[in-house]
Design a binder for this molecule. Structure first.
Ligand code: PSU
Ligand code: MN
Length: 302
C-alpha cells in the first residue's frame, strides 16, 4: 500500500513547476486559536506565503488521507470541526489507518512535509520542555522530530509557557541547530527576547537554506529551528505576559490538566486573561514567520 498523500490543485501545480513551497500546520487551527479567528488567520498566513513568492501547503489528515494543501472549503470545515484529534509522531499512523480526521502538530507536520518533498515549514511556536518536566516528563515530541526529520521550522521561539532553558538544552543534546533570526537572543513567542542567548544567529534567509543543505551533505539527519522574533509593534513585554502565564499554569495544575491538553488549555486561558491580546500577538508572529519561511523556501530551490 502506498502512502495516502493527497495534494491540493495549487500544491500539485507548484510541484510540477518546481516552485518554493512552505508547509503550514493545522493544530494551530484546531487547538491553538478560537473560531473564526483560526480560519481567518490560516487564510491570511497562506496569503502571506503567496505574497512572498512561495506556495502554502496547509497539512491535515482528513478521511484517512494526508492532505498537502487544503482547499478553502476544507480549511473552513477543519476550523469549525469539534473534537479533532491532535496528532503527533505517535498517533499519526493510527489515525491514517483508521480513516480518521486529525490536525497535525509541529512533529506530525514535519513528517508529512518531508514525505511530500517540502523542506520548509512555518508555525507559531514549537512545543518544548514543560515546566516541572523533571516530575511530569512532559517534553514535546516536536523536539525529537527536529532531530530526526530534515525540515527547517520557522517559529517565534518556543512558547513562553515552557521551560525555555531546558528546551534549549534538549535541542542541543539532540543536535538541533537553533538559529535566532536577526538578533542574538532566543525569542519567547509573545516577547522578542527570552533573556537567553540563542546558540546560533543568522541574518540572511539564503544562509539558513544553505545550512540545511549542508547538514544533509554531512549525512546528518534532522532539521533546524529558526527562531524569528515577533514584530516589535505586536509584542507583549516579558514582565507583562509572565504573571499571566504563571496564573494560567497554576490553574492548569489545580485542574489536573495533563499531556496533550496542556498547551491548548494554557493558550486559551492566556487568551482570556489578556482579553484577546495574546491572540493578536500570536496572529502577528505567525504572519511574520510565514514571510521568513517563504524567503528560506525560495532560497532552498535556487
Ligand atoms: N504554535 C501556536 N499554537 C499552537 C501550536 C503551535 O502558535 O497551538 C501547537 C503546535 O502544533 C505544537 C503543539 O506542535 O502546539 C505543541 O503541543 P505539545 O506541547 O502538546 O507537544
Ligand atoms: Mn506534551
Amino acid at each position: 500500500m502506498t502512502l495516502p498523500l493527497m495534494f491540493s490543485p495549487e500544491v500539485a501545480a507548484a510541484r510540477t513547476d518546481g516552485r518554493a513551497i512552505v508547509a503550514l500546520e493545522s493544530t494551530i487551527i484546531t487547538h491553538g486559536m478560537p473560531w473564526p479567528q483560526n480560519v481567518e488567520t490560516a487564510r491570511r498566513v497562506e496569503a502571506e506565503v503567496r505574497a512572498a513568492g512561495a506556495v502554502p501547503a496547509t497539512i491535515a489528515i482528513m478521511a484517512g488521507q494526508i492532505h498537502i494543501g487544503l482547499t478553502d472549503a476544507e480549511l473552513e470545515q477543519l476550523g469549525q470541526a469539534k473534537g479533532v484529534a491532535k496528532l503527533s509522531r505517535a498517533d499519526l499512523a493510527a489515525c491514517l489507518a483508521s480513516g480518521g480526521v486529525g490536525a497535525t502538530t509541529v512533529a506530525a507536520t514535519m513528517i508529512c512535509a518531508h514525505r511530500a518533498g517540502i523542506s520548509v515549514f512555518a508555525t507559531g511556536g514549537i512545543g518544548g520542555v514543560h515546566r516541572g518536566a523533571e516530575l511530569s516528563f512532559d517534553i514535546s515530541a516536536d523536539l525529537l522530530e527536529l532531530a530526526a526529520t530534515p525540515v527547517t521550522v520557522v517559529a517565534a521561539g518556543a512558547k513562553a509557557i515552557l521551560d525555555l532553558p531546558k528546551t534549549l538544552e534538549v535541542l542541543e543534546t539532540h543536535g538541533v541547530p537553533v538559529i535566532a533570526f536577526g538578533q542574538d537572543d532566543f525569542p519567547a513567542f509573545w516577547s522578542r527576547s527570552s533573556g537567553l542567548k540563542a546558540p546560533l544567529r543568522m541574518d540572511d534567509p539564503a544562509l539558513i537554506a544553505a545550512a540545511q543543505k549542508m547538514r544533509a551533505r554531512l549525512g546528518l539527519p534532522g532539521g533546524q529551528l529558526v527562531a524569528n522574533p515577533i514584530p516589535p509593534e505586536a509584542e507583549i513585554a516579558r514582565d507583562q505576559i509572565m504573571p499571566v502565564i504563571e496564573a494560567a499554569l497554576q490553574e492548569a495544575q489545580a485542574k489536573g490538566i495533563s499531556a496533550k491538553a496542556v498547551t491548548p488549555f494554557l493558550l486559551q486561558r492566556i487568551f482570556e486573561l489578556t482579553e484577546g491580546r495574546s491572540l493578536q500577538s500570536n496572529i502577528a508572529l505567525v504572519l511574520n514567520n510565514a514571510r521568513l519561511a517563504a524567503a528560506i523556501a525560495r532560497a532552498m530551490v535556487l
